[in-house]
Design a binder for this molecule. Structure first.
Ligand code: GDD
Ligand code: MN
Length: 389
């Protein structure tokens, strides 16, 4: 193949995206592929017509890691039919995230997009993503499964749970604007080139969006809903190891640029509050024979007060000096956030005991270990949300 738009790369792994080009390309969409021969022609054609409807200058760059099923060849055969298509065949590198950075590095667009090559990302959503940039201030547009009108067509329960868990954890752990995104795991988005050029990107596993958001520190983000479709054929390459590397990535992003001392204290206070909660409960219920609901309610309150006291005096000591009104507001806020949790716990304990005849101590422990840690972390994160942990 001797087209300029078919590029073979031997051992070059771009970790940076080249700066603004002098061409007038508005949008470059990169499609990373590995063994997607079955549906790739259809997807390229469909994406091409969707982009044409926008009436802009665009390009499509497919980056294939030398797929044994010759996806790269099938795509390259379309180069004549689709004049905006470039195909990159990477001979010595593997990995979704580095493939995307590689494609962007070779691209010309002012806006850089990425979309899967297996038919799971509905092509027409690319237009919604692009159109968010008509608002000048926007810097990132994310296609999100977790917005009204968004969703997932067909996923196993375990994959759904894993994905949701990863999302919740991201929202809990990530600082600032990133923590508010509904779908931080999305692999379908567009970003303004200027916010990532000359930035060293080091994404772990699949999570390139996270890396971009963290490194660029942007908060000019818009999400548009989409439904994650079924694969046209083949299998997802997501493995459990991707979730583990996601966790590592979250922790790295979280701990590196921020004061990790506060994070450790924050977690310790939560653990302390739950321990105190348990001790008070056993003392009231088991030793003093108080009734179940009252013991659990008082124990929960002990945990809440402990959390407030320690976060204010220790975890976040010295940060924004607070007036008495601030402190009172905090007291009420935490009670609303954690109080709702307490109430749910009381309901759950009583339901376990009355309907399932569970031992009261067991019911208490169950709610303490299963529901409370997450709830507590979220509740206090919410109440102290204006302070960076
Ligand atoms: N070049 C290259 N190299 N491409 C790869 C590689 C690789 O090592 N691994 C996967 N791909 C390509 C696939 O061929 C597909 O086009 C795309 O990357 C997504 O891979 P899948 O294996 O289909 O991922 P998924 O469907 O489980 O998850 C996708 O969607 C999620 C929701 O948006 C990914 O995009 C996730 O990052 C995303 O969270
Ligand atoms: Mn897929």
């Amino acid at each position: 193949m001797d087209s300029e738009r078919f590029i073979e790369i031997r051992d070059f792994e771009a970790m940076k995206v080249a700066g603004e080009k002098t061409t007038n390309v508005d949008l470059s969409v990169v499609i990373p592929t590995f063994n997607e021969s079955y549906g790739i022609s259809r997807i390229l054609r469909a994406l091409h017509s969707s982009l044409e409807e926008l009436q802009i200058n665009f390009e499509i760059i497919l980056v294939d890691d030398d797929s044994p099923d010759s996806t790269w060849k099938i795509a390259a055969d379309l180069i004549e039919e689709i004049p905006e298509l470039t195909v990159i065949r990477r001979l010595a590198s593997k990995g979704l995230a580095t493939a995307v950075i590689c494609g962007w590095h070779y691209s010309n667009g002012r806006l850089l997009g990425v979309m899967d090559g297996d038919g799971q990302h509905p092509v027409e959503v690319i237009k919604d993503l692009f159109n968010t940039f008509s608002e000048d201030r926007n810097e990132v547009a994310i296609a999100s499964r977790y917005l009204p009108h968004g969703g997932i067509k067909k996923w196993s329960l375990s994959r759904r749970l894993l994905s949701r868990g990863a999302q919740t954890l991201g929202q809990l752990l990530l600082p600032g604007a990133i923590g508010t995104i509904n779908d931080p795991m999305s692999g379908f988005f567009i970003v303004k080139r200027s916010i990532i050029t000359e930035t060293e990107l080091d994404p772990v596993g699949y999570k390139i969006l996270l890396e971009i958001l963290a490194r660029s520190q942007t908060n000019k983000i818009q999400e548009v809903p989409y439904v994650f479709l079924e694969r046209s054929s083949g299998k997802s390459k997501v493995a459990l190891s991707h979730y583990i590397s996601y966790l590592r990535h979250l922790l790295r992003l979280r701990i590196q640029p921020l004061r990790s001392r506060a994070l450790v204290r924050y977690l310790l206070v939560t653990a302390g509050a739950l321990t105190l909660d348990a001790v008070i409960f056993f003392w009231l219920f088991d030793v003093n024979n108080w009734n179940l609901t009252r013991s659990a309610a008082l124990a929960g309150e002990g945990g809440i007060l402990f959390t407030i006291l320690l976060h204010d005096l220790w975890t976040f000591a010295g940060r924004p000096v607070r007036t008495l009104t601030d402190r009172i507001r905090r007291l009420v806020g935490v009670h609303i956030a954690l109080g709702a949790l307490m109430f749910l716990r009381l309901l759950a304990i009583n339901a376990f005991v009355n309907w399932f005849s569970l031992d009261p101590l067991l019911a208490f422990l169950l709610t303490l270990t299963v529901v409370m840690p997450g709830g507590h972390l979220l509740g206090s994160r919410f109440s102290w949300r204006n302070i960076r942990v």
